[in-house]
Ligand binder design. Sequence first.
Ligand code: MN
Length: 261
Amino acid sequence: MRILVTNDDGIFAEGLWTLVRELRNVAQVVVVAPDRERSAIGTAVTLHRTLRAHRVKPVVPEVETYSVEGTPADSVILGLGKLAGDKVDLVVSGINQGSNLGDDVLISGTVGAALQGYLHGFPALAISVPPVDSLYLKNAAKLAALLAKKIESNGLPTNIFLNVNLPGLPLTKIEGIKITRPASKSHINTVEEGYRGRYKYYWLVRQERNKDMDEETDIRAIEQGNISITPLYNNLPNKPSPPIPDNLCSDLFQELQQYIK
Ligand code: MN
């Protein structure tokens, strides 16, 4: 088995190399990751300039490692298209030091990278722990290795990829694993402002999450001390969207004609 590993915390992040150490026990690993931290860059892809990638000395010896002057999504596209060849069996993104839960999966660079694996037809998973828990990175890495082995023997349905989050707890305190759906909640919802000298600044801040959350959601699962595994998918072409209210569009074209005249 050959695994393409990436992240959004940058190529020298502790989470990435803790992950690589464990994945190496079950697979051959190629690392293709951004040369610096690109957290919260979501699905961004670089189209307006050329991309450079450098083969660099790995933190874990003998792991083929490329540093990309681009985003996590760029790294996966480049990894799958060129650097790792076409013999990749799984894309793993992480271990992110910062949970990726609720609506925030849409802005997560970690999830954005796994999404590219999925969109290119490869089994893919993103894996994250809370920001302060270097202690528990190893648990996450072991879980990723286990999942990789399971995906190797059983496959992963081609219509989903996985978003895995662990709570900031020792293994003995973790309740179990819950299959969840993303909570409809973003926690980057506050703008603070202040002055630095005479220049005003704004700062987008993470706020405390809403505690009253549906039992099936990822945020609730983590709050209750569970590991959360959320199947994510792109259902746009297959499922009808909720309707747009009639009064928004019914006379729109006639009104446009009047308006332009
Ligand atoms: Mn990150």
